[in-house]
Design a protein around this ligand. Structure first.
Ligand code: SAM
Length: 217
């Protein structure tokens, strides 16, 4: 089957059928070519609903997990989005399709460089990259940005890092897996004035968020 047909099946069978209905999210998942973000020898598996190795002990996220997390963000075209854990850059591309700009942080240099290369090759021009500890958010990143409408963390934290709450705009939404190093809950935090409203969206399993406000190495 052609990649395009495989992508359509992935969206129909694993994303739509499991309850994601937001048209623009489904369209972005239909558009972004996941096979471009996985190592060549795994491309034949690119449209399975599973994480895949991208080297350095890290993974490209499962498509359904990307869809549910992006859906929970309730993205608007004018949103500035902070993403922690660029990984392959696949989810970054989905976010870039649905928002004004994406500020993405990755701690592993080679992954960040590979993701930047492919995203530039695909002509995305609304993405800013930072290599470093994303538990501190966009601190020290370029261009400077103090507040984000939406924040998405695609690695597992013991707790929600305080720096990320500080960088969330009023009315903003943060999506993050928190829990133990191996199993977590998908948590949504909404900031309303000075209050944080937290909801739990079920179990998940992510690689650990390593850093000052995450897990030790
Ligand atoms: N969503 C990504 C994709 O579509 O390819 C996959 C992200 S992968 C599950 C998690 C990533 O978070 C890894 O690349 C890992 O190196 C990164 N990471 C872990 N701790 C981090 C930190 N403190 N700051 C930035 N990135 C971090």
């Amino acid at each position: 089957m052609k990649f395009e047909d495989q992508r359509r099946s992935m969206v129909e069978d694993h994303i739509k059928r499991r309850g994601i209905e937001t048209e623009k999210v489904l369209n972005a998942m239909l558009k972004v070519e996941r096979h471009m973000f996985v190592p060549e020898d795994l491309r034949h598996l690119a449209y399975r609903d599973s994480p895949l190795s991208i080297g350095q002990g890290q993974t490209i996220s499962q498509p359904y997990m990307v869809a549910i997390m992006v859906d929970l963000l309730q993205l608007n075209p004018q949103d500035k989005v902070l993403e922690i854990g660029t990984g392959s850059g696949y989810q970054t591309a989905i976010l870039a399709e649905l928002s004004q700009s994406v500020y993405t942080v990755e701690r592993i240099e080679i992954l960040a460089r590979n993701a930047k290369e492919i995203l530039e090759e695909l002509d995305y021009n609304n993405i800013y990259f930072k290599i470093g500890d994303g538990t501190e958010g966009w601190e020290g990143g370029y261009p400077p940005c103090k507040e984000f409408d939406k924040i998405i963390v695609s690695a597992a934290a013991p707790d929600v890092p305080g720096s990320l709450l500080n960088q969330l705009a009023d009315g903003g939404i943060l999506v993050i897996p928190t829990g133990s190093r191996y199993f977590q809950d998908l948590i949504v935090v909404e900031k309303r004035k000075d209050k944080f409203i937290t909801t739990n969206h079920g179990g998940c399993a992510f690689v650990p968020l390593i850093g000052k406000q995450g897990w030790d190495n």
